[in-house]
Structures are given as structure tokens and as C-alpha cells.
Ligand binder design. Structure first.
Ligand SMILES: [Fe+2]
Length: 353
């Protein structure tokens, strides 16, 4: 459960400060986005708030133990250790190949209990999402072959995705920091947790698991507009300065994790943190306490978020094309400023000689 008081915002809604057991947040993913989760941000929710923020403050470098904190036999082998070690050094000379971050899913390693957990989590959400999830998520879930009966086999999911958008869901042993995470996205590869939460912790998960990552995130990767958005996001984030990185973290939070969309006049959920959370996927649509604002990229990027409780502010898209187009313009600006900066520093270098 989440223990933090607030993330980075001025808001503090005590009446919302209930625990947030099924989803929303986690230090793991915050650190992926470069957020310093070591201070007040100690949410240990489902891990979905992942990839956000200030790569300004150097991405956290977890030790190997942290990468294996689910302590699962499936991610305890030599291959996983090598991948985790590579992730820890990513960005240093000789450590720049995202492909080295990945492992095999080793599907036979799932136990009967693991499969039962998937079935139970799926069952809890299926009817609700049929009625309240974006048709893009629902269509994507069908298109990638997501089903109630078994933990997804990533190779089967990927065969479908390859045909649809070229995205791939690639197994990782655990924590992936901000920079390698963005590098993966820029290649249309989604670092995917393969372990699943234990059956006695269905509603309490300190890290993301395959239910959050594949059930929550991957169906949207089948949509061409969202697919382009997410790649554009990754490549912009790779070159962003500290200020843009923080703004991009907010964008990720309010779209990829907690986004709403209006379809045929009705509000629907699509963010993975909502999709994979029985509690918040209901609360976000029904509660009068949620301020649902029309999506505006500038406003989103300027809005601080909270990680310890249900979101008091959410943004509503008109379409995924709107999100993709807004991202394209913003990415162009980020790139332009980044190249301006590097030209300036080259000039300074020349001037100093
Ligand atoms: Fe997530």
C-alpha cells in the first residue's frame, strides 16, 4: 500500500488519503521515470506510476536485490542477473544496447497458483471493463489475444503486435531506470515484468507485475495512434533536459497511467493504472471528488500529480490521435531545444579554445 503523503504537488486531500490497495503507484516505476522516490515518495502500490520524472536527478540505481524483490524463481537465473547488471550500468560506455536488458519469459515456470492469480485478477475486472474501458483498450485486448484463462505468453502477444503496430513486449527481470526505459520505448519495445503477484497479495503489490504491465498497458500498443505516441514519447524523453523530463513525467502519469477518454459522449478509462485497479477504475468515473479536465498538453505538463491515493485530477482525451499529435509537436520542441543546447555548448567549446 502506498505510504507517501504526496508526490510533487500542492494538493493534499486528506479526505482522499485512504489507502490505495489495488493500484496506482510504486517506487519502482517512479524511479524508472527518474523520480526520486527515496524521499517522501514511498508509495508501494501496484507499481504503475513507474516511468516518471526528473531524470534531472540521476536515475536511481537499485542494487541487484531490489531487482529481485519479488524473489521469484523465474527471474533468479544467470540470464536475469546479467540483464539486471547491464541495466544498472546502462548509459555508461559500452552499455547502450537496450536488447541486453531483456530476458526470456520461461513460461513453464509459472505455477498453478500463478495461473489462478491471473484468472482471479482478470475476473475481477472483466465485466467492469467491458462497460467502462475505452473501446481502443478493449479492441487491443482482443487483438493481442489477452484472455481470462492463462497468464499471457509474450511470444503469442508479440506475434499479434508485430503485425498490428510493430510494438513488442519484452521481458525484464525487474527495475529498468529512466534512460534505458525511454530507449526501449523509442524502439517500440515495452519492458515488461513477467512475474505475477502472490495469491495472498492480490491487492497489495510493491512492484509492477505482469497483470499491470500486460493487462494494463499492452492492449493500447495495438492501436496505431497510441503506438506512435508512445514511441515519440520515448525518443523525446531520451533527449529531454531536466525541465522537460519532469513535464514528460507528468504527461506519462496523466495519460499512460491514469488517462480517461470520451467515446460517444461517455467517459471511459484507458490508463494502465486505472485499467488494472478494480478500485480506482470505478472511483475515477463515479466519484464527484474527481476533477475531470479536458486534455491539454501544456496544462497536463504543468499539473503536479499525487501518488498516494486515488487521483483527484484526471484529464480526458477526445481521441488517441489528439494525444499523438500533441506529442509530436511537443517532441519537436524538446528536440529543437536539445539541439540548440548542444549547438550552444559546441560554440562555447570552440570559443574557449
Ligand atoms: Fe504502469
Amino acid at each position: 500500500m502506498c505510504k507517501s503523503r504526496h508526490a510533487d504537488g500542492p494538493h493534499h486531500h486528506d479526505h482522499h488519503a485512504h489507502e490505495h490497495p489495488e493500484g496506482g503507484a510504486g517506487t519502482h516505476r517512479l524511479k524508472q521515470l527518474g523520480v526520486d522516490a527515496s524521499d517522501e515518495r514511498v508509495c508501494t502500490g501496484c507499481g504503475c506510476c513507474g516511468k516518471v520524472k526528473t531524470a534531472a536527478s540521476e536515475p536511481q540505481r537499485p542494487d541487484a536485490k531490489q531487482a529481485y524483490s519479488l524473489n521469484h524463481a523465474m527471474i533468479d537465473g544467470e540470464q536475469a542477473r546479467r540483464a539486471a547488471d547491464y541495466a544498472e550500468h546502462f548509459g555508461e560506455p559500452g552499455y547502450d544496447d537496450p536488447a541486453r536488458l531483456y530476458i526470456d519469459q520461461q513460461y513453464a515456470g509459472y505455477s498453478d497458483d500463478d495461473q489462478a492469480v491471473w484468472r482471479e485478477l482478470y475476473r475481477r475486472q472483466a465485466d467492469h471493463l467491458d462497460a467502462h474501458a475505452s473501446r481502443v483498450w478493449l479492441g487491443g485486448a482482443r487483438a493481442i489475444g489477452l484472455g481470462p484463462d492463462a497468464i499471457p505468453d509474450l511470444s503469442a502477444i508479440n506475434a499479434n503486435l508485430r503485425r498490428l503496430t510493430g510494438w513488442q513486449s519484452r521481458a525484464v527481470p525487474g527495475y529498468v531506470a529512466a534512460r534505458p526505459f525511454f530507449a526501449c520505448l523509442s524502439r517500440r519495445e515495452f519492458p515488461t515484468t513477467v512475474v505475477i503477484r502472490p495469491k495472498d497479495r492480490l491487492e497489495y503489490l510493491p512492484e509492477p507485475d505482469i497483470f499491470h504491465d500486460v493487462f494494463g498497458h499492452v492492449p493500447l500498443h495495438a492501436d496505431p495512434a497510441f503506438a506512435d505516441f508512445l514511441q515519440e514519447y520515448g525518443s523525446a524523453a531520451l533527449v529531454a533536459d531536466a525541465e522537460h523530463t519532469e513535464r514528460l513525467a507528468r504527461l506519462f502519469w496523466f495519460t499512460v497511467e491514469f488517462g480517461l477518454i470520451r467515446e460517444e459522449g461517455r467517459l471511459k478509462v484507458y490508463g494502465a493504472g486505472l485499467i488494472s485497479s478494480p478500485g480506482e477504475s470505478r472511483h475515477c468515473l463515479a466519484s464527484p471528488d474527481v476533477d475531470r479536465r479536458p486534455f491539454d498538453l501544456e496544462e497536463v505538463c504543468d499539473t503536479a500529480f499525487e501518488i498516494d491515493h486515488y487521483q483527484p485530477v484526471l484529464f480526458v482525451l477526445d481521441s488517441f490521435a489528439q494525444l499523438r499529435d500533441a506529442m509530436r509537436s511537443y517532441a519537436a520542441r524538446v528536440r529543437e531545444e536539445a539541439s540548440g543546447l548542444s549547438m550552444r555548448s559546441e560554440r562555447d567549446l570552440v570559443a574557449s579554445h
